[in-house]
Structure formats: structure tokens, C-alpha cells
Design a protein around this ligand. Structure first.
Ligand code: SF4
Length: 412
């Protein structure tokens, strides 16, 4: 029994394990440094058990204390209204914090509440999202706002399962909104949180595996359902703090690429990867499939100050967004000129432009480009095509895949 109590105090391992720990751990553990004890215990246990051990009240308290001292001032932390939490969580998916900061404020200036988002014109919404990529997030955001306006009286529902059923809201986002905005004990486990726990528990399984992710979410949830009882009772801000602290640790200390800053970590004395020197080996991630390379020719067709633009199809990559005219594959000068004459336009001059590359999740565009000056024409350029001058282009959403050319013509 004495051995059990010492183990609980020194390692933070909860009572659930105490009985059998007492049987298997020799009493001389009491003379060992904490890190040694943890290393030796870990040898007895499977990774999933280690993760469960990691999430206990002592660790949560250490983490929250660190967070309250070290957290960054971010615009979406100024208040935790459900609309603000939801918007920031969607924006932060796949986009860097530094970039989101400015976009988040600009978005709120234009669309300060859920109803203004629900009623916003598509073109304006796309313009507000410009440069962030993954435009379906913005469309789903609006679709969701319209459902909430129509069915929930304009207020995000304070219920995890209802949130999860809404367009564009998956289990992670539903968990984050529930915990941060509504203080509900729901787990929000994303890639950052997975990385932190995988390192802490020296779990060498592939964290891209769906079953591993599900297991982590379940472990955190079972801690919130049972293991965090006294903290939930005594600290009214436990849920927002715990959830944001995990995210923050993953963002500024337990870094995704390269060496984590273990010396600044509240868990440095009990992290198994740190103790074993595995911080740069874990997390293990299976290699992603190589991206498909697509060759494209961008045609900047100009008539004076007007540019010929094209609205993309409503399905597929960059659905419904505006782009410069162009074609798949690399066109020769002759083929590019034929493209223009086929539109009923008269080319005056063709010149090559810089090449560019843009990386999407599964595809890479390798772009060659020409500028083609054409003589004035009153003809309708054809389906999906339209003329826009510089001023109009400043107010038109054009994806950052075309950044090289937007900057070349000073259109951004
Ligand atoms: S000690 Fe290092 S590796 Fe372990 S959780 Fe902290 S930052 Fe990550």
C-alpha cells in the first residue's frame, strides 16, 4: 500500500491503477527519481494505457498553470462567444495563426455576427476568405449559419451532438466549441493534441491512423467524464483552459516540425519521449501519397486595363472561384494564340510571364504563363468568361494559386 501511495504522488498515476501497481512494482521504487520510475512503468504498459495514465488531474493542473502564465494574446481569445470560437476554429484549420489573426479581425468587421454571415453575398464571402485556401470551409460556414438562423433561432446550439450534425462541423470543432464557448466537458483532439500525447506517452504508432485518433479522443473523453471530476467542480474555467492549453502546448512548445522546446514544457519531467530522447522520432506518421502534378498554362488576356477572367465550375477544386483564363497542359505560343482567336478575339502581342507553382493538398499546379494583348472587342467572350478591370479585380476573390500573377499586375 505504501508503494502505491508513493507511486500516486510521485507519478500522478491515478487510483485506477493503484491496486495492480502495488503488486507489480517493487518497494525500492521509492528511492528512484520520478523519471526513472516512469520509464520503468512504461516498460510494463501498452501505449494506449500510457496515454490514459497521462491524462490525470495532476497533469491537467500542471498544464493549465503553465497556460495561464504563458498563453499568447490572440484576437479570438479576447472573448469566447460561440460565434467567435466557431469562426476561429474553422479559420485555423489548415491556415497559420499569423495569417488568420488579421483575416479573423477583417472578417468580423464585415460580418460581426452569425446573421450577417448567413445573409452575406457569396462574392463578398469569397473575397473575405481570399488567400486562406480551402474555400469549402467558407461555404460550409455560411451553410451552417443559415441552418442555425433557420432552425436554432440564430444561436449556436450548446450541445455537442447537435453541433456535430451541422455543415462543416466535425467532432474536433464540435468539441472545441463545446469546451471553449459552452464550458462543456467534451474532448477536442486534433493533430496537435495527438502529437503532444503521442510524445508524452512515447506512443510509436502512426498518429494518422483513424483507430489511433479515435482511441486518443476516447481516452481524453473518459478523463473528462470521470477523471477530472474535482477540477470540473472547483474551476469554472477548467474546460476552456484545459482545451486551449493543450492546443497552445502543441503550437508553441511541443512543436510539429523539428525539435520541441522541452525545457519550457510543463511535462518535461514526466514525458517519456523526452526521457528516452525520442522527441524528434515521435510522432510517427505514415508517408502521405505523393501529390499529383498538373501542368497548366495561364493566359493573362488583356485589352487595355481589362483582364479576361473565368469563373470555375461549381464542383471540384476551387469550385465557383474566379481565375485567369487558361488551359490544362503546357500550350505553345501558337496554341495559346489559337485559344484567343477561338474566343473571337484578335491577338496583338504575346509575351511569356514568370512560371509559378501552387501546392494543394493532393495536387500541385506547375504553371507556365503568357500575357496576350488583344484589340478591343464588344463580343461576349463566352460561357464562364468575363472582363474585369483592375478596380473590379481588387474586389473580386481570386485564389492565392494565382498570387504570382496577381502580384505581377499589382492586383493585390
Ligand atoms: S517534454 Fe518535450 S516532447 Fe514531451 S510533451 Fe513536452 S515538449 Fe513535447
Amino acid at each position: 500500500m505504501m508503494g502505491t501511495l508513493i507511486m500516486e504522488r510521485r507519478t500522478g498515476i491515478g487510483p485506477a491503477y493503484s491496486a495492480w501497481e502495488a503488486d507489480i512494482l517493487p518497494l525500492n521504487y521509492r528511492r528512484m527519481p520520478t523519471r526513472e520510475i516512469i520509464l520503468q512503468i512504461a516498460d510494463f504498459l501498452k501505449p494506449d494505457t500510457m496515454i490514459f495514465m497521462w491524462i490525470n488531474e495532476q497533469r491537467a493542473e500542471e498544464l493549465i498553470a503553465w497556460y495561464r502564465k504563458n498563453r499568447r494574446e490572440l484576437p479570438w481569445r479576447r472573448d469566447s462567444s460561440p460565434y467567435h470560437v466557431w469562426l476561429s476554429e474553422i479559420m485555423l484549420q489548415q491556415t497559420r495563426v499569423e495569417f488568420v489573426k488579421e483575416r479573423y479581425l477583417r472578417f468580423l468587421e464585415e460580418l460581426p455576427d452569425l446573421l450577417s454571415l448567413a445573409e452575406c453575398e457569396e462574392e463578398k464571402l469569397m473575397k473575405l476568405w481570399e488567400g486562406m485556401g480551402y474555400y469549402s470551409r467558407a461555404r460550409n460556414l455560411q451553410k451552417c449559419a443559415r441552418v442555425i438562423a433557420g432552425q436554432y433561432g440564430g444561436e449556436l446550439p450548446a450541445d455537442f451532438n447537435t453541433l456535430k450534425s451541422l455543415p462543416g462541423i466535425g467532432p474536433y470543432t464540435a468539441g472545441a466549441i463545446s469546451a471553449i464557448a459552452f464550458h462543456l466537458p467534451r474532448a477536442a483532439v486534433d493533430g496537435n493534441v495527438m502529437r503532444v500525447f503521442a510524445r508524452a506517452a512515447a506512443d510509436e504508432r502512426d498518429i494518422r491512423r483513424e483507430d489511433v485518433k479515435k482511441e486518443y479522443t476516447e481516452k481524453v473523453q473518459s478523463f473528462l467524464d470521470a477523471g477530472a471530476a474535482s477540477l470540473l467542480e472547483t474551476d469554472p474555467l477548467f474546460m476552456p483552459s484545459f482545451t486551449q492549453a493543450l492546443m497552445e502546448l502543441g503550437a508553441i512548445v511541443c512543436l510539429p516540425n523539428g525539435k520541441p522546446v522541452c525545457e519550457s514544457c510543463p511535462w518535461k519531467n514526466s514525458c517519456l519521449s523526452h526521457a528516452r530522447g525520442l522527441e524528434e522520432v515521435i510522432p510517427v506518421r505514415a508517408k502521405k501519397k505523393a501529390r499529383r502534378i498538373e501542368q497548366r498554362t495561364i493566359l493573362i488576356i488583356r485589352e487595355g486595363e481589362r483582364f479576361l477572367m473565368h469563373k470555375r465550375d461549381r464542383r471540384g477544386l476551387l469550385a465557383g472561384l474566379n481565375e485567369f483564363a487558361g488551359a490544362e497542359g503546357y500550350l505553345s505560343r501558337k496554341e495559346a494564340l489559337r485559344y484567343v482567336t477561338d474566343l473571337g478575339l484578335e491577338p496583338l502581342k504575346i509575351s511569356p510571364l514568370p512560371e509559378a507553382k501552387h501546392i494543394f493538398t493532393h495536387v500541385e499546379w506547375h504553371m507556365k504563363a503568357y500575357e496576350i494583348l488583344v484589340s478591343p472587342s464588344e463580343r461576349d467572350p463566352g460561357p464562364g468568361l468575363f472582363w474585369a478591370d483592375k478596380k473590379e479585380l481588387h474586389h473580386t476573390a481570386v485564389p492565392s494559386a494565382f498570387r504570382t500573377y496577381l502580384e505581377y499586375y499589382d492586383l493585390r
